[in-house]
Design a binder for this molecule. Structure first.
Ligand SMILES: *[C@@H]1O[C@H](CO)[C@@H](O)[C@H](O)[C@H]1NC(C)=O
Ligand SMILES: *[C@@H]1O[C@H](CO)[C@@H](O)[C@H](O)[C@H]1NC(C)=O
Ligand SMILES: *[C@@H]1O[C@H](CO)[C@@H](O)[C@H](O)[C@H]1NC(C)=O
Length: 506
């Protein structure tokens, strides 16, 4: 290692030579190195500086090394920091803290930060107020309650629980494990609670599925941040409570809270699901006034999606065309939106434009574009695009893509081709695929294939009474009463219960 470093010394000496102006005092050199270290952070610079540490005999300076280790941490070079740390003889609290922090940032080192803490105590060095925050963060990442409880115990023993930031760390620790009783205990004992700790508590309960408790805390808060509002709205929406989510958003708006991009991206899908065009349009004009719609891709995407789902294609296209930057999601949303609104041909044109502009389609793009083909009845085009997935774009078709193809073929009466496609698949067809084939067989009156599809469905879902009913109907329509009876016996043997509301005629 040292030999290598001599090389770096030679290579990088010029930087230091000019900046150093020949000053030789150790303090001066230390200051220069720190400035270099914090000035322009790159991995190469790290190695150069390490060479200088060795050259100027500063490789045992805890002061300089603690800065060095922090910069390593911020550059994701914890491994390097650990090697250097391992060569120090008398690390002090400063260096231990930096090392613990560096380890807490990078996944494979999180557990090491706990070991460091233990070895620090073994050396008789007492933790200080800066030791615990990174240690608690490391525990959150470790996802093991035993480490968390150990560190919390140490916090209590050290008396640093009186520091607000450390208490917040403890609350974060418990909430990240979903241990809300532990979190609540610490939270209750806190004198001053800032918005960060309230948000942590709300998130903890909601993530555990207790949205009502989250809402309770939300109502108790006197000062909420935009993050508080966003997360409460989002958790309501995620648990299927769209109406409440939208009402909460309106409350937020009426209180004059400034929306951010997360608000827009969270609320627009709610508006789309509820069909509330007014609120969506209000959000659009708000986004326009702060230029979020053009400058933030996710906002543009959410607006395009919203307008497509509400069937307002003109505005969707306008927003799409005016977006300053587009990513693959933008194109996907617009193409699927066109399919959704039955504008398959336009979707195909847009796909051509997408590829000609050099945007690389992904698997979702093909779901959208094949849906466009299905709506527009473009069988040839669908085959061409489907073939290009593996041929040109190296995307392995998934069940969804086969489903789209079965839909394309089935709608246009190519039922046998759809069946051959299913037969040729490398992956096991699912019930959705046979279901799609079945419905087109029924539309196009292919009784034989319909019967086959239902039998496949019964193999996949022997418990689903609907399948037997379908089969029985197919036989009944053909006057095959013996077979109808066979199905009835089959159902009895497999003890499938007909669910209420499903009639055998139909
Ligand atoms: C950090 O390094 C690890 C491997 O040591 C790597 O897996 C990870 O992706 C890196 N993270 C960043 C942000 O560079
Ligand atoms: C520290 O050095 C010792 C030997 O000097 C070695 O056994 C150990 O693995 C090293 N630890 C790290 C983290 O590099
Ligand atoms: C393709 O894009 C969609 C968004 O339209 C995204 O959700 C999906 O994860 C992407 N797929 C891959 C394999 O990256």
């Amino acid at each position: 290692m040292q030999f290598c470093l001599v090389f770096w010394v030679l290579l990088s000496f010029h930087i230091f030579f000019f900046e150093n102006k020949m000053s030789r005092s150790s303090m001066e050199i230390e200051r220069k190195l720190l400035r270099l270290l914090h000035g322009y952070k790159t991995r190469t610079r790290l190695t150069q500086i390490h060479a200088h540490l060795l050259l100027h005999n500063l490789h045992q300076s805890n002061q300089v090394l603690s800065h060095f280790v922090s910069v390593c941490g911020s550059l994701n070079r914890t491994e390097y920091a650990a090697k250097i740390f391992n060569q120090t003889h008398y690390p002090n609290i400063l260096l231990f803290n930096s090392m613990i922090k560096a380890c807490s940032l990078e996944d494979p080192f999180r557990e090491k930060s706990i070991n460091l803490f233990v070895s620090m105590k073994v050396r008789g060095i007492c933790p200080d107020e800066y030791t615990f925050a990174p240690l608690l963060k490391a525990c959150c990442g470790l996802r093991e309650v035993k480490f968390g409880e150990f560190v919390h115990g140490e916090v209590l023993r050290s008396g640093f629980e009186r520091f607000g930031s450390i208490r917040i760390g403890v609350v974060e620790l418990y909430t990240s494990f979903g241990e809300m009783e532990g979190a609540m205990k610490v939270f209750d004992e806190m004198g001053q609670r800032n918005v960060v700790v309230w948000n942590l508590m709300i998130r903890g309960y909601c993530k555990r599925g207790d949205v009502d408790m989250g809402l309770c805390l939300f109502r108790e808060m006197s000062e909420r941040s935009v993050v508080t509002w966003n997360s409460m709205i989002s958790y309501l929406a995620r648990s299927g409570r769209d109406g409440e989510a939208l009402r909460l958003f309106c409350e937020m708006r009426d209180q004059g809270v400034e929306l951010d991009e997360a608000t827009v991206v969270t609320v627009l899908p709610v508006c789309a699901r509820l069909g509330d065009v007014d609120v969506g349009q209000w959000i659009h004009s708000y986004a326009e006034s702060s230029r979020l719609d053009r400058e933030v891709v996710s906002v543009g995407n959410a607006l395009v999606d919203f307008y497509c789902k509400c069937g307002i294609l003109e505005t969707a296209s306008k927003v799409f065309n005016e977006m300053g930057k587009k990513n693959v999601v933008s194109w996907n949303v617009m193409i699927s939106g066109l399919a959704f609104n039955g504008k398959g041909e336009l979707g195909v044109d847009l796909f051509e434009q997408m590829t000609s502009e050099g945007m690389i389609p992904n698997d979702s793009t093909f779901v959208g574009i094949l849906a466009c083909c299905a709506h527009a009845g473009l069988v040839e085009k669908a085959w061409e695009l489907f073939g290009s997935m593996t041929g040109k774009h190296h995307i392995e078709p998934k069940l969804e893509h086969y489903g789209c193809m079965v839909d394309v073929l089935g709608r246009s009466g190519h039922v046998r081709e759809a069946y051959d496609l299913i037969r040729s698949m490398n992956i096991k067809p699912n019930a959705g695929l046979w279901g799609a084939l079945l419905s087109s067989c029924r539309t196009h009156g292919d009784v034989e294939l319909a019967e086959h599809s239902v039998n496949e469905l019964i193999k996949l879902e022997p418990w689903n009474s609907g399948n037997y009913v379908l089969l029985s109907n197919i036989y009944a329509q053909g006057g095959r009463w013996d077979d109808v009876e066979k199905v009835r016996v089959l159902m009895r043997d497999k003890s499938v219960k007909k669910s209420p509301g499903q009639s055998a005629v139909g």
